[in-house]
Write a protein that binds this ligand. Structure first.
Ligand code: NAP
Ligand code: MG
Length: 503
């Protein structure tokens, strides 16, 4: 039993949990065709929060049809970009008005501390929609000068148009359920696409509340469809012949499946996958800043962050001091239910994820790595939840599973280095390439190392800084395509070239 005292959620959240949840398809709230539902649980106690519809292939088919109709025949494409922008802005306002409800739902569903959901997930979501509301009116083509050597003397006008992809399937994970929905939906709507969103089975609740708000904001029916369900619903979406593009965030394993499924109709794909991001601390770093920063890099969101700084590389001159400070911080993190006001780290999202992470911790121990902090199972008050102790390993080598594979939990592996070239090579020695951070006061070293790292994002003297205007995505098997910023527009539009001969 979880006996830690936790405040009750506000009445709006309790009311939301008690409603009969429905899919959003073609502007209507409907049950799954099968009539089946599944339970959503609170990871801090494993108690059931509510039931949601278990959408499957038939529901995906209906949602794709609705999105196709909305795209081809609905009012969406006839709207001016200014009208589209206003709708997205209104939607952001509605989320902001219900910020506390979203924050509490996110905490109950995912387990993250309420303080984090309030400070990060919800405001970033609102800001993200506003960014794309503004961008809707700024997407444009270009005019081009032609030479056409075989048509001497002829005059041409050549211009490009950026047109929407059409029907887009978006499949998202459980680590930032609301924010991942925002990253996907904001740009898709700004560029005039119609969407089917499939949230993760562990965390469907904030997407269902978004569904209410889409209706309230007055989005035309079928422009956004939301189908809760399992991997088979995701698979039906990624295999569907009438889907023009899939945007996926999640595991590298499922990412491979998505890419294979796209071959059927050669749908466009963007995939944002796992990572094993290095945090490299040079001896001239501000060690207070670095200790705080590299601990945050791995322990933020319980390490369930695709960009988590899970490989710590510290120059040997400061290794013992820095790693000891990080281990101390790990031991002092207040772990508990996300709803408790003093909690700094909540449970992992599920028992399955807890087992997976403890499997890695056991494997690290088995392979001879040294545990500097954490690594034990919780009993007592936290025993019922899917908690994992913040854990720091040293004494590692490159072949260990805990060093090569993404753990997606609060587990750090630390190793010393003495040579800059060697450490750059080691940082790049991974199938992943999502992010990295460099900690130094030497600006020359910082920029030179940033240029050599094979990663989609390099942070200098910080980690896990995200902004709607900053592109995010992977090198290597961390995926392709970029989310956020102007760059995401490229993934949601196709370029049409129009060539006119002038007479
Ligand atoms: P996952 O299985 O890749 O799930 C991501 C999304 O894909 C979910 O909505 C999932 O639905 C759906 N899905 C599952 N199988 C599918 C298929 N065959 N075709 C299409 N969609 C499918 O990730 P997970 O199981 O939740 O987590 C496992 C690992 O993935 C983590 O430990 C971590 O390594 C990685 N991960 C990465 C990120 C990231 O941000 N890059 C986020 C979460 C997880 P269901 O929810 O029903 O499975
Ligand atoms: Mg899964």
């Amino acid at each position: 039993m979880n006996t830690v005292a936790v405040p009750e959620p506000i009445s709006e959240v309790q009311q939301f949990l008690n409603t009969s949840h429905k899919l959003l398809i073609g502007g209507k709230r409907v049950d799954a065709v099968s009539g089946e539902t599944f339970a959503v649980t609170d990871p801090s106690s494993q108690k059931e929060l509510c039931l949601v519809p278990k959408g499957g292939e038939e529901d995906i088919n209906r949602a794709v049809q609705a999105a196709r109709r909305a795209f081809e025949d609905g009012p969406w494409r006839k709207m001016t970009t200014s009208e589209r922008g206003k709708l997205i802005w209104k939607f952001a306002d509605l989320i902001e008005q219900r910020a506390e409800e979203f924050a509490q739902l996110e905490t109950l569903d995912n387990g993250k501390p309420l303080s984090i959901a309030r400070a990060a997930d919800v405001p970033l979501t609102v800001d993200h929609f506003r960014y794309y509301a503004g961008l809707a009116t700024k997407i444009h083509g270009e005019t081009l000068d032609l030479s056409v050597p075989y048509a001497p003397g002829a005059e041409f006008l050549d211009y490009t148009r950026r047109e929407p992809m059409g029907v887009v399937g978006q499949i998202i994970p459980w680590n930032f359920p609301l924010l991942m929905a925002a990253w996907k939906l904001g740009v898709a709507l700004a560029t005039g696409n119609c969407v089917i969103l499939k949230p993760a089975e562990q965390t469907p609740l904030s997407a269902l509340l978004l569904a209410d708000l889409f209706q309230e904001a007055g989005l035309p029916e079928g422009v956004v469809n939301i189908v809760t369900g399992f991997g088979d619903a995701g698979s039906a979406l990624s295999n569907h012949p009438d889907v023009d593009k899939i945007a996926f965030t999640g595991s590298t394993e499922v990412g491979h499946e998505i890419v294979k499924a796209s071959a059927g109709n050669l749908k466009r794909v963007t995939v944002e996958l796992g990572g094993k991001s290095p945090a490299i601390v040079f001896p001239d770093a501000d060690l207070d800043l670095a200790a705080e920063g590299v601990a945050g890099a791995i322990f933020f969101n319980h390490g369930q962050c695709c960009a988590a700084g899970s490989r710590l590389m510290v120059h040997q001159n400061v290794y013992d001091e820095l790693v000891e400070r990080v281990a101390e911080k790990a031991k002092n993190i207040k772990v508990g239910p996300g709803m408790a006001p003093d909690t700094e780290m909540g449970p992992l999202v599920s028992i399955e994820q807890q087992d997976r992470v403890y499997g890695y911790i056991d494997s690290g121990r088995g392979e001879g790595a040294k545990v500097l902090a954490g690594g034990e199972r919780y009993s007592g008050a936290l025993g019922a939840g899917s908690y994992v102790q913040p854990t720091v390993f040293s004494g590692i080598h490159n072949k260990m599973k805990i060093v090569c594979e993404e753990i997606f939990g609060p587990v750090l592996v630390a190793a010393p280095f003495d040579d800059l070239d060697a450490i750059v090579a080691q940082a790049n020695d991974s199938v992943f390439g999502l992010a990295a951070s460099v900690w130094t006061k030497d600006i020359n070293k910082a920029h030179k190392v940033a240029a050599r790292l094979k990663a989609g994002t390099v942070w200098v003297n910080c980690h896990n800084i995200f902004d709607a205007n900053a592109p995010f995505g992977g090198y290597k098997q961390s995926g392709y395509g970029r989310e956020m910023s102007l760059h995401a527009v490229e993934n949601y539009t196709q370029v049409k070239n129009v060539i006119v001969q002038l007479h």
